[in-house]
Design a protein around this ligand. Structure first.
Ligand code: AMP
Ligand code: ZN
Ligand code: FE
Ligand code: FE
Length: 279
């Protein structure tokens, strides 16, 4: 069983990269991808753990992008993590995420007992920061009970605490991932509860720019959405993946709850610059 989308403490997951790999092994997975937001910081630790746990590792990332004011998450697999243009783009996003989160913490601090230091205390070393870390600070301060409660209330876009961060255009990001030897897959393209989703015409444009696949089997897609995306993938010649989007204790998503066909992983590996690390 193959799960191609997980997060660790290198971004907003609650397991360390090694613990993600151990969770994958305990769930009986043969392959797991580590796809932290805008970062490859967890790769080395995950690779070491994978060798010991007998799990194959796909090195990846989930890149924050914007398409026509819609937030698009782009999974990148098996890319060169030192490619200068991609590195520069991801550094820019991470820096913007940091100033944006500090701004949100400042605004929240006007109404709730949290400080920027409280938020930083919730982040791992070299972590890509995000709203889940604000949520964790609010939970630690007893303001809300869970991350989910914070997202349903004060962390939603549209509240007076919300601030956006910079991110590259999705077409540019698809090209940058390909230039870095990576394989770009559109993460949860139909997850309408996250906000607006892109129309099929945009996915067609991304396919023309080098998009390799659509993450169809994801808990944020209902059955009709999956059927519609599967048809679109077939029409555009895109691969279809399935994944958990595991965040440790930060979300109910269980590792391995959705999986990817081995034949699809073989095609991803064929297109990628790096190899899948096999034990
Ligand atoms: P940000 O990157 O700061 O925009 O925050 C978005 C991140 O928060 C995504 O990676 C989601 O996985 C996570 N997230 C979104 N909604 C929730 C929720 N209800 N509970 C926990 N995490 C969430
Ligand atoms: Zn996340
Ligand atoms: Fe995402
Ligand atoms: Fe994710």
């Amino acid at each position: 069983m193959i799960d191609l989308h997980t997060h660790s403490t290198a971004s907003d997951g609650t397991d360390t990269p090694g613990q993600v790999v151990e969770a994958a092994a305990a769930a009986g997975l043969s392959v797991v991808a580590l796809t932290d937001h805008d970062s490859a910081a967890g790769w080395d630790e995950a690779a070491e753990a994978a060798a010991g746990a007998g799990v194959a590792l796909v090195r990846g990332a989930e890149i924050s992008t914007i398409s026509d004011r819609v937030s698009v998450h782009l999974l990148a697999y098996l890319h060169d993590p030192t490619h200068p243009a991609l590195v520069a783009e991801l550094e820019r996003t991470r820096a913007s995420r940091l100033t944006r989160l500090e701004r949100m913490a400042e605004l929240l601090g006007e109404d709730y007992p949290i400080t920027w230091e409280d938020v930083l205390a919730q982040t791992g070393p070299d972590a890509t920061v995000g709203r889940p870390h604000l949520a964790d600070a609010l939970v630690a301060a007893g303001v809300v009970g869970t991350r989910d409660e914070a997202f349903a209330t004060m962390l939603r876009p549209g509240t007076r605490y919300y601030a956006p961060h910079l991110a590259p255009d999705t077409v540019d990001a698809v090209r940058a991932v390909r230039a870095a030897g990576g394989v770009p897959v559109f993460a949860h393209p139909g997850a309408s509860q996250r906000g607006r989703v892109v129309p099929p015409e945009t996915i067609e444009e991304l396919a023309a720019a080098g998009l390799a696949g659509l993450e169809v089997d994801h808990r944020d897609h209902d059955a009709p959405t999956r059927a519609r995306l599967r048809d679109l993938a077939r029409a555009l010649g895109l691969l279809v993946t399935g994944s958990s989007d595991y965040h440790g204790a930060g979300k109910p998503n269980r590792i391995g709850e959705n999986t990817t066909d081995p034949a699809v992983l073989a095609q991803i590996e064929e297109q990628g610059e790096l190899a899948v690390l096999r034990p």
